[in-house]
Design a protein around this ligand. Structure first.
Ligand code: SF4
Length: 445
């Protein structure tokens, strides 16, 4: 690791867009900058180096990033020593680094998702040369770098990558193009990391991968059910979650491991995306709605109190009213604990962006409103059943504006309560007095 003596006492600020994978990657970037001698800045204004960790899943996130990078132009002119670095998924898109350099020539370092750990060398190159703008984005994923400590920012929750990349090529998704093919970490590194986190007092660990179920397919060392079994066998008082599961690979062997361990939360995130077989096929999801429902039944047969959350896309190219009705029927039948609902948006470079029959925006909007209403009513109904019951939450934060401590139960519901003592990092039992949407309010018992 390059340590630059003359930047001691300087501060970093990281702006993160996108998913949990990116949030955790920003923790790794923070770890790299800390090793270089930087400390965390409270705000962008007091930072000496600003890193944008971008996302390209939706056009919105891209526009947002462009807007925020552009807003630094004046500050960079006033303070040429301010370092501006841009990394993340967006930089892996074809031609994007040159588009960015053209739009914002004041950016100092551009890097990709495959060479995060080169950041110190790239910063050094930028600092030691007069030439503005160092760009290094690798097309191929390369090996997995181990042994670097992230600066974790979500205590008592911790995120642990188990695999990277994706081989599935859903037709709407850019991830396989920007994150590369599946690569699994060796199980011993994952287990060591989890043991260390438990020793450090972390109480909730989430195993992360674009498709956790295909863990080990590339290395042949161990499959996901066995890995989950071993992680859940680590001693200590902690909860275990994982995401994301691809329905085509979600199987009984895995469910039996979930049932075997109390530590593994009985909340499964299983993105269905659509209830129409025609649309699922066009999405290249490689399961039918019938197969999805069979897996839901199998899960509930083995773990009767299991809850399911999902991702659903509305207005995929070619989606007819009938297709959408099938999605509504499936949502009725599964009765999700909650679901992230999205209006389909074109991603350049994906197959779906080239498909004919793009659904008009007004139709998409009308459909998503109906879907949101249905999902919200399911969530509300489930929340109301909590009133009068005692639930255990893991306290993770304090909302200073509202004056409430908050944390989630095993099913991901946010519980709010008042306390004179700092409860962050503790399991707290709450008697629920009120439910509002996915939020619960209660008193400590
Ligand atoms: S499984 Fe599909 S949606 Fe998920 S990351 Fe891979 S290609 Fe994208």
């Amino acid at each position: 690791m390059v340590k630059l003596g003359y930047i001691m006492e300087k501060k970093y600020f990281i702006v993160t867009y996108g998913c949990q994978m990116n949030v955790h990657e920003s923790e790794k970037i923070a770890g790299i900058l800390k090793e270089m001698g930087y400390s965390a800045a409270e705000s962008e204004n007091e930072a000496d180096i600003i890193v944008f960790n971008t996302c390209c899943i939706r056009e919105n996130a891209e526009n947002h990033a462009f807007g925020n990078i552009g807003a630094l132009k004046k500050r960079k002119r006033e303070n040429p020593d301010l370092l501006i670095c841009v990394g993340g998924c967006m930089m892996q898109e074809k031609d994007m680094p040159s588009v960015l350099r053209k739009k914002f020539p004041f950016v100092d370092v551009v890097f990709g998702t495959h060479n995060l750990y080169e950041l110190p060398a790239l910063i050094e190159r930028r600092l030691s040369s007069k030439k503005r703008g160092v760009v290094s984005v690798l097309e191929n994923e390369g090996g997995i770098v181990e042994g670097r400590e992230p600066v974790r920012t979500s205590f008592p929750n911790a995120w642990v990558n188990i695999n990277y990349g994706c081989n599935n090529f859903c037709t709407y998704c850019i991830v396989p193009y920007v994150r590369g093919r599946e690569r699994s970490r060796r199980p011993e590194y994952i287990l060591d990391e989890v043991k260390r986190l438990v020793e450090q007092g972390y109480k909730e660990i989430t195993l992360l991968g674009q498709n956790v179920n295909s863990y080990g397919n590339d290395s042949g060392l161990m499959g996901f059910p066995e890995l989950l079994d071993r992680v859940a066998s680590v001693e200590g008082n902690f909860r275990l979650r994982f995401m994301t599961s691809h329905p085509k690979d979600f199987n009984e062997e895995l469910v039996r491991i979930i049932a075997k361990h109390d530590k593994i939360c009985n909340l499964i995130h299983l993105p269905v995306q659509s209830g129409s077989d025609r649309v699922l096929q066009r999405m290249n999801r490689r399961y039918t709605s019938g197969e999805y429902l069979e897996k839901v039944k199998m899960l509930r047969r083995i773990i009767p109190d299991a809850e399911i959350t999902s991702d659903i896309i509305v207005g995929f190219p070619g989606e007819t009213e009938e297709d959408f009705e099938e999605t509504m029927r499936l949502v009725h039948e599964v009765n999700f604990a909650s679901a992230f609902t999205f209006v389909y948006s074109k991603r350049k470079g994906t197959k779906a962006a080239e498909m004919p029959d793009q659904v008009p925006e007004e139709v998409q909007k009308e459909r998503i409103m109906r879907l949101i209403e249905l999902v919200n009513s399911q969530t509300r109904e489930k929340s109301e059943k909590y009133v009068g019951k005692v639930v255990e939450i893991l306290c993770e934060d304090f909302d200073a504006k509202k004056g409430y401590y908050l944390g989630r139960d095993v099913y991901g519901r946010m519980g709010y309560f008042k306390s004179e003592e700092n409860k962050i990092g503790q399991f707290v039992k709450l008697k629920i007095t009120e439910a509002s949407g996915i939020s619960l309010y209660g008193e400590e018992v």
